[in-house]
Design a protein around this ligand. Structure first.
Ligand code: ADP
Length: 349
């Protein structure tokens, strides 16, 4: 049977291509788990997951697969926190190596960057990202939306008619909604809303980098990031590269309790940014006649989840046909919801 020592020894053969030192000595191996013949390894990268991270992952996968008694191998990439990075810098110093680690992109003229994420698709993440942008804009803030959910048409669809971005002196000028929210989305460039976009991880990552760094966002109070669902390279890249101030997790009660918890906990671990809280969407239905609240999917689990991962529960939102209608018709700026106003007050005060 394969042991943790066997796995660690094998990982000593995996060299960080940039630093030229093995990942065990660099203390990048955060966790090794063995269940039967399945091996799970969590590797904490310094910052940039792509393309370096993928190479480290492939090398680690190969090194462990070759061990006797190994069935399946799951390599999970994570990001070092500040403390781990500092420790690594000390280590590099002691080895006489250069200590310049890749760092986050500059903040530019953006005060706060908030990422909206979810464990799976269809929970209303894009709708909530759009609603958040609209509500902040109503409060008088200058707001932008970076649609990093490259594969879905949601953001441009939710905001309705948007002009195609154009380039001036090497910078991309984003589109703007009727209410003046700046919007950048791959779907604004492809033209056809229905065109399926097939992206591989590294391409998604470089598109997100470009949408942040090469877009003329100007002066903003808030930039809202609509991230793709899940915990793939795209989320990692954003967390590593962009100076994100906080993240909001959107869940829905249909998500299996255990699954969302583990996904959210994983995300928490992965992130070097604070989680501002959890929003449970599609939590209940309110009878339009008598006002009775019906929990279609059982009692709300969002609060429990928030407690479990030690984060704030920002509130729950009902299934609201007016919201889906507004999203479908591209009229999110005409929609408003008092429950959501309360949620926004919890986020920005
Ligand atoms: P995600 O970004 O998580 O994939 P979307 O924001 O695209 O999800 O939402 C999926 C669908 O559900 C959209 O058609 C949206 O209009 C609808 N929707 C989202 N939240 C609600 C809600 N609270 N009530 C009714 N419909 C909703």
């Amino acid at each position: 049977m394969v042991t943790k020592d066997d796995v660690t020894n094998a990982l000593k053969g995996v060299i960080d291509p940039e630093l030229g030192i093995d990942i065990v000595s660099l203390e990048m191996v955060r966790e090794v788990r063995i269940e039967g013949d399945s091996v799970t390894v969590v590797i904490a990268l310094t910052t940039d997951a792509c393309p370096l991270g993928n190479r480290i992952r492939d090398d680690a996968q190969q090194a462990i697969t070759q061990l006797e008694g190994v069935g399946s191998v799951d390599i999970q990439l994570s990001v070092m926190n500040e403390e781990e990075r500092n420790k690594l810098i000390e280590k590099l110093k002691s080895k006489g190596k250069p200590t310049q680690l890749p760092s986050k992109l500059p903040k530019m003229r953006i005060e706060k960057i908030i990422a909206v994420l979810s464990g799976k698709g269809g929970v209303g993440k894009s709708s909530i990202a759009a609603m958040l942008a609209v509500e902040l804009s109503r409060r008088g803030y200058k707001v932008g939306v970076l649609d990093a959910d490259i594969t879905g048409p949601s953001i441009p669809k939710i905001f309705g008619e948007l002009a195609e971005p154009f380039v001036v002196e090497g910078k991309i000028v984003p589109s703007a909604s009727k209410g003046g929210i700046k919007i950048m989305s791959m779907n604004l460039l492809t033209g056809e809303e229905e065109a399926p976009i097939i992206w591989r991880g590294p391409l998604v990552s470089s598109a997100i980098r470009q949408f942040y760094a090469d877009v003329e966002w100007g002066e903003l109070n808030y930039l809202i990031l609509d991230l793709p669902p899940g915990t793939s390279d795209a989320q990692l890249t954003v967390m590593q590269l962009l100076p994100v101030d906080g993240a909001i997790i959107v869940t829905s009660p249909q998500e299996l309790a255990g699954m969302i918890v583990s996904k959210a906990v994983h995300m928490t671990k992965m992130m070097t940014v604070p989680i501002l809280g959890i929003i449970e969407n599609m939590s209940y239905v309110k009878c339009p006649n008598c006002g009775e609240v019906i929990h279609l999917f059982g009692e709300s689990k969002g609060k429990l989840l928030a407690e479990k991962i030690n984060t704030k529960f920002l509130g729950s939102l009902p299934i609201d046909s007016a919201l889906s209608k507004a999203c479908d018709e591209g009229k999110i700026e005409e929609y408003s919801n008092t429950d959501f106003k309360e949620i926004v007050a919890k986020i920005v005060g």
